[in-house]
Design a protein around this ligand. Structure first.
Ligand SMILES: *Cc1c(COP(=O)(O)O)cnc(C)c1O
Length: 406
């Protein structure tokens, strides 16, 4: 299930080089240790592995296909492939780790799953997993995101989850994490905090990566079957970094495969508060229980961040990405709101696929890369579908793209 590089990372304390680890109160440390031990047992247990594989196949619809986007390829002069995580049940890659976390919570005898959500994708995926395995579910969500991502809020209610509105600060992802963390601290024994990305204290960056590595493991086989070769480039968007880590993990030893993580440049990469380009502009620091790159304000606190993609506006990033950046194995670049929206319409109109705004960041960068590396092959992780974004996109950008009277 895992390659050699991954087995070596992280170390026992959860470090990827100098990043990762666990910076949390003693009481919570005991709970994290318990989770780490249970996870270690699970990943070696045939019953757990078989059950997860069964759910991936028959519940999620895996393996997700790889699609050769011929119209885009022809137009941009490179061979462009899409890993179709948008076709998963619930519409994105997050279901991959939510099912893993839900099965783990069940094994630990927990009663309730709690989590934060940005775009609502993690909330929906977790509420889905909770319904399936029979657990309660509380989802913390910024009030701004609740207004923007209405269909996902309704889905969570229908699935039986409780959605708790967070009204502090910018009322988006970072504040939702703070609120969920506080709730977890009040009762870490009957609840499991199912973190939504490859972030948080050890073992979450490792565990979420492992659950998401199904993306890369499938893709590595599929692309070789299709083309007889490995891709020259991998491109994935990076919020916390789970879909990117899931794809990259199977290719880390393939030195000829270039890796690109795409962060949101938002409204302006020059202005603090107007982007969330953590790896591009941040510095090492500790927040939410782990060490990684982070965007800091003048007081050294987490900076306010922004992106048109609710799933990408987080002021830190998965510690393994910080490590991959420092050793030069992966490249981290940024795409702004307008470029992402342009790519959103390009994929919709050239290939008949409406992508999530998050995934559109990866797509936008891939199209730039195609021009820089003509004739090369590019595999993009299409992390999710855009159904959740259509009302917002048409209201904000419809006129620019010839959609009138909305
Ligand atoms: C949540 C989300 C992301 C960002 O999360 P990562 O952990 O960086 O993968 C990207 N795409 C979609 C569709 C999402 O829902």
């Amino acid at each position: 299930m895992k390659n050699t590089f991954n087995d070596a990372m992280p170390d026992q304390q959860g470090y990827f080089g100098e990043y990762g680890g666990s910076f949390i109160p003693e009481e919570l440390q005991q709970v994290m240790d318990e989770i780490a031990t249970a996870y270690d047992e699970c990943r070696q247990e045939p019953g757990f592995i078989t059950e997860l594989a069964r759910l991936y196949k028959h519940f999620v619809g895996r393996p997700s296909p790889i699609f050769h986007a011929q119209n885009l390829s022809q137009k941009y002069g490179a061979d462009i492939y899409l890993k179709r995580e948008d076709l998963n049940h619930t519409g994105a890659h997050k279901i991959n780790h939510c099912l893993g976390e839900a099965l783990l919570a069940k094994k630990l005898g927990k009663k309730k799953l709690i989590a934060e959500t940005g775009a609502g994708q993690h909330g929906v995926a977790l509420a889905t997993a909770a319904a399936l395995v029979g657990l309660e579910c509380d989802i913390y969500m910024g009030a701004v995101d609740i207004a923007k991502e209405h269909p996902n809020v309704v889905r969570m209610h229908i699935l039986g989850a409780k959605v708790i509105s967070v009204n502090e600060g910018r009322q988006t992802l970072k504040e939702a994490v703070d609120a969920a963390f506080t709730a977890y601290l009040q009762d870490p024994h009957t609840q499991l905090y199912a973190i939504g990305s490859v972030v948080g204290p050890h073992p979450f960056p490792m565990m979420v990566r492992d659950f998401q590595s199904i993306i890369g493991n499938e893709a590595r086989v599929q692309i070789q079957e299709m083309t007889g070769d490995l891709p020259d480039n991998l491109v994935a968007c990076v919020g916390g970094g789970s879909n990117a880590m899931g794809l990259f993990s199977a290719f880390l030893d393939d030195k000829d495969v270039a890796l690109y993580g795409v962060e949101p440049a938002g409204r302006s990469i020059e202005q603090p508060g107007e982007h969330a380009a953590t790896l591009s502009l941040g510095e090492p620091g500790v927040m939410h229980g782990f060490k990684s790159y982070m965007l800091k304000d003048d007081a050294g606190e987490p900076q306010e961040v922004y992106s048109v993609a609710s799933g990408l506006d987080y002021p830190s990033v998965g510690p393994q990405h910080a490590y991959l950046k420092d050793i030069g194995r992966a490249n981290y670049v940024a795409i702004d709101d307008n470029e992402a929206i342009e790519a959103f319409f390009k994929l919709s109109r050239l290939e008949g696929i409406i992508p999530a705004i998050e995934s559109s960041h990866a797509l936008a960068y891939a199209l730039k890369l195609a021009k820089q590396k003509p004739g090369s092959s590019i595999l993009i992780n299409l992390s999710g579908r855009g159904d959740k974004d259509i009302d917002f996109v048409v209201a904000q950008y419809g006129a620019q793209y010839g959609i009138e009277g909305q």
